[in-house]
Ligand binder design. Structure first.
Ligand SMILES: [Zn+2]
Ligand SMILES: [Zn+2]
Length: 220
């Protein structure tokens, strides 16, 4: 009697045992292998119980396994070579080059940040009808300490930035309207020059690359 009860409890506790060991919603191993394809030529492989040892490794033949291995090795070698070239190029870059690359990233960030806002100088709307630039209020040549400062750079139309040298008088009016006179005073009193270390530029490049990615990913 006791044995019978224990047996019944075991039976109800493991319902999948009665269903041939298969658990509902779970792909069994043999099913998964049966659906596999050769990793090289993508031909479908037979089910596990009929398969040859090579097929259990995911290949239809030893030739294809060898070919796959060879191609993977070449691929890895080429990848390593590309990385080496990239690193070598990076090593011979001058500080000025790194600074220019940082400027490109900062400008890209500014254009993303100011998307949809009108030109800072002439209020031309950002409607896709003209090219947008990142315009420095204090120019790079006049004030290198604000060269990468995002408070000193705002999106403008190409006309204002390139043909009117930033259209600074109008730029000033709108900066005061947006941020107040004290803000503009601080920009105008900023020290003229600043030296940036290579480490600082490197860190800033990483930060701005990340910022651009974040804005793009958010679809802002
Ligand atoms: Zn194959
Ligand atoms: Zn403009």
């Amino acid at each position: 009697m006791f044995r019978e009860i224990v047996y019944r409890v075991q039976q109800t506790a493991n319902p999948q045992k009665r269903a041939g060991g298969k658990i509902k919603g779970h792909k069994s191993r043999s099913h998964g292998v049966g659906m596999r394809k050769c990793r090289y030529c993508k031909v479908e492989l037979p089910k596990a119980k009929n398969s040859k040892p090579i097929e259990r490794h995911g290949f239809c033949s030893y030739e294809h396994m060898a070919q796959y291995g060879h191609e993977k090795a070449v691929e890895l070698q080429e990848k390593a070579k590309r990385k080496e070239v990239r690193q070598a190029k990076e090593r011979i870059k001058t500080k000025a080059q790194h600074a220019r690359e940082l400027q490109t990233l900062v400008n890209k960030y500014i254009r993303l940040r100011d998307q949809g806002r009108p030109c800072i100088s002439c209020e031309k709307p950002d409607d896709g009808s003209h090219q947008r630039h990142a315009s420095h209020y204090r120019s790079v040549g006049a004030c290198s300490s604000l060269r990468f400062n995002t408070l000193n750079i705002h999106a403008s139309c190409a006309q204002c930035n390139s043909h009117k040298s930033g259209n600074i008088l109008e730029y000033r009016i709108r900066l005061i309207r947006m941020f107040g006179e004290a803000f503009v005073d601080r920009l105008e009193c900023a020290p003229k020059s600043q030296a940036y270390s290579l480490e600082w530029i490197g860190r800033a490049k990483k930060i701005f690359r990340k910022r651009c990615k974040t804005i793009k990913r958010a679809g802002l």
